[in-house]
Write a protein that binds this ligand. Sequence first.
Ligand code: C5P
Length: 237
Amino acid sequence: MTPRDRLIFALDVDNADEAENLVRLLAPEVGVFKVGLELFVSAGPEVISRVRRAGAKAIFLDLKLHDIPATMRAAARSAVGLGVDLITCHADQAGIFADMDLGGASLLGVTVLTSLGAEELGAMGYPPELCDPQALVLRRASLALAAGCAGVVCSGREAAAVRGLLGPEALVVCPGIRPASAETHDQKRVMTPERAMAAGASHIVVGRPIRTAADPVAAAQAMVQGIAAGLAQRSPA
Ligand code: C5P
């Protein structure tokens, strides 16, 4: 896997034309294009084939499924039928898919959204011992592991602990990535690409820092350089 293959770009736009333009522009720099709720709900399932035709080598359909088992299984079957490479559910629900054939798609369990910190977890009713995001992330990562997920989504701040729990082969996918001193937007648990990769991330997810940059291609290239620099800092296993 090259550093570029480890960069996931979030296509968080509300129409397929804009998504296609971004894929054409960024395909040489980006390994995986992520279609999330905004684009999927606005543009419909056809957007997946349009993104692929525009040049995406790999597609991550990030719907973060969370529902009753019958609905989850039916939705996953349809998502897999679209020919995507990665899908997500909330990690505490991953067991619902444990006996399911997901074809060529890898399942990732979303642990704790990177927009949540200790204060938000407390307000949501978590007991004090689970208001430390890392404690909750690890609890959910072990559920994902038990369910046979290919990996998890967590922030770079938990990447080292999660890597330790899941072992060297698991996918550890980290959103909430910001260059040093950049705006954090609605994200709480942010980290630079270098530090997330050095800590053990397999991939980083980046949206606004590339999409809203004056030069998105240069911003994506800088992310890939950050990935390479972080990998170089990893101590050999
Ligand atoms: O623009 P930004 O880089 O903050 O985008 C992050 C992307 O990662 C968004 O598409 C968001 O849905 C996704 N994501 C996240 N936190 C998670 C899981 C996914 O921010 N835990």
